[in-house]
Design a protein around this ligand. Structure first.
Ligand code: AMP
Length: 505
């Protein structure tokens, strides 16, 4: 049996402490922390948490603004063998209460301004420790950690030990906590670091939130494994990103980041000349965005696909064809299949449910053994809930979540297929297609279209144009024009919101 410590912090620090004096994190204002600082501050936070009585496996719920200290807190939890539980700052009190009740954390770290509210919840739910952390790094966490030890022996962990719990943004039912082990995170980090060709001198421009798998794991782990410098922006701001791009080599974003950059006429090849890699994920990147970005900057965005439960599962290649509208090939170590309703594996060109297995796949949902059992097949594949199709080369395209599949008059309608046709119409920026209840058809195909300049588009015009391109049952019965689509913090279109909105229309 191997005696090496599978604790992710030990794996990361093994790489980055070789460059202890190098800058690890720089804020847009120019405040800089070295890797030695990362190690020192995370040691102090870890010492404090352990001193409060938290032991291996205890949860630490964290709802704070993005800051270098928030990242150090995550690393402190890893070091101490505690399960990090990051929460979107948008969650109001009622939702926070649910997470605290469900996860039973040993400590909650919150924004200073929500301390009184969180103290109330903690008292009600029997949580002994509430600490605060502000966007400026201040608060009781820093104050109480100030005189703690700067050396902390990273707690030995087994591969399967819990490193983090991330609640999935489920649109039906209550959010479920996805349990991620040290191996889930480290295996994915090592794979991405390798396949995306991280090298000496890489600098990551980090504009994603730190409460989600994309910003917290994918982006930070690659940089930490590479002992790279990260420009840590508190949020995406096109001006700040354009200012920092010339000092960076890698950028990771959701599609909205790219469309916002492209909306700026001054954005172009000049800012990107030192860049080597632009990654996109968390929501589908429109072919139009992919092509416009290529034309404007000379860079081909690399799109990848993943989810909270599994980290990253597929990626377009670093070397080789990056195909627009696809999320690339399964990552090394990931076995992926597209199956029909009976579980039979389908060949290229056939749409079905995406399932995968690999060291990245999570350990199950926190205290939901039945739900976990439901989502895994007998041979250990995770049913992702996404529908997709393989091409002849094995590239995967996502056609949408299975719950977004529309069944109209007994026929399956894949929203993505209809959206692609609508997006091809002149004047359309983007669209979302949903099914709303219909007494006659079961579900009625409904399109919501963003077309700011109009281009003379009308509901009847769109329907007529689509009739020449799609089978009748796929053509929307109704088309609504809007200024923008509702999106969550990760840029995903909230189809449940659209379904509710147009249910009675
Ligand atoms: P989350 O758990 O919040 O990361 O959401 C994961 C879901 O986002 C996946 O199951 C997909 O439905 C979607 N997703 C992630 N990356 C992509 C992508 N590149 N293209 C299309 N959908 C994506």
């Amino acid at each position: 049996m191997s005696t090496t410590n599978a604790n992710l912090y030990a794996i990361l620090a093994d790489r980055f402490m070789a460059r202890a004096a190098e800058p690890a994190v720089i804020t847009p204002e120019g405040v800089s922390y070295t890797y030695a600082d990362v190690d020192r501050v995370s040691a102090r936070y870890a010492s404090l948490l352990v001193g409060l009585g938290l032991t291996k496996g205890d949860r630490v719920a964290v709802q704070v603004e993005k800051s270098p200290e928030a990242l150090f807190l995550y690393l402190a939890c890893l070091r101490a063998g505690l399960a990090y539980l990051p929460l979107n700052t948008a969650y109001p009190e009622a939702e926070l209460d649910y997470f605290i009740e469900d996860a039973e954390p040993g400590a909650v770290v919150c924004r200073p301004e929500s301390e009184a509210m969180v103290q109330g919840l903690a008292a009600r739910r029997g949580v002994a420790n509430v600490l605060t952390l502000g966007g400026d790094g201040g608060g009781s966490l820093a104050e109480r950690a100030a005189n703690q030890s700067e050396s902390f022996e990273t707690v030995p962990c087994a591969e399967e030990d819990l490193a983090a719990i991330l609640y999935t943004s489920g649109t039906t039912g209550r959010p479920k906590g996805a349990m991620l082990s040290h191996l889930n995170l480290s295996s994915n980090a090592i794979t991405l670091h390798r396949v995306w060709g991280f090298r000496d001198g890489d600098v990551l421009l980090h504009a994603l939130p730190l409460f989600h798998t994309h910003g917290l794991f994918v982006a930070c782990h690659c940089a930490l494994l590479n002992a790279s410098t990260m420009y840590l922006c508190p949020r995406f701001d096109a001006d700040v990103v354009m200012r920092l791009l010339p000092r960076s080599t890698v950028f990771m974003g959701v599609p909205t980041f790219y469309t916002r950059l492209l909306a700026r006429p001054e954005f172009g090849a000049e800012q990107c000349s030192g860049m080597r890699l632009f990654v996109s994920g968390s929501a589908p990147l429109l072919t139009q965005t992919f092509e416009e970005f290529q034309a404007r900057t000379g860079h081909t965005i690399l799109e990848r696909y993943g989810m909270t439960e599994c980290g990253m599962s597929t990626s377009n290649p670093l070397d080789g064809a990056r195909k627009a509208g696809t999320v690339g090939l399964p990552l090394p170590g990931v076995s992926l299949r597209v199956v029909d309703e009976s579980g039979k594996a389908l060949g290229p060109g056939e749409v079905g449910g995406i399932e995968f297995t690999g060291p990245n796949v999570f350990r199950g949902y926190w205290r939901r053994p039945e739900k976990t059992a439901e989502d895994f097949t007998a041979d250990g594949y995770f049913r992702s809930g996404d529908m997709g199709v393989l091409d002849e080369d094995g590239y995967v395209s996502i056609v949408g979540r299975s719950k977004d599949l529309i069944i109209s008059g007994g026929f399956n309608v894949y929203p993505k297929e209809v959206e692609r046709c609508i997006d091809d119409l002149d004047g359309v920026v983007e669209s979302a297609v949903v099914g709303v209840s219909d007494a006659d058809f079961g579900e009625r195909v409904t399109a919501v279209v963003v077309a700011p300049d109009g281009h003379g588009l009308s509901e009847d015009g769109v329907i007529a144009a689509l009739k020449t391109r799609l089978a009748g049952y796929k053509v929307p019965k109704r088309v609504f024009f809007v200024d923008e689509l509702p999106r969550n913090a990760m840029g995903k279109v909230q189809k449940n919101v659209l379904r509710d909105r147009y249910e009675s229309a």
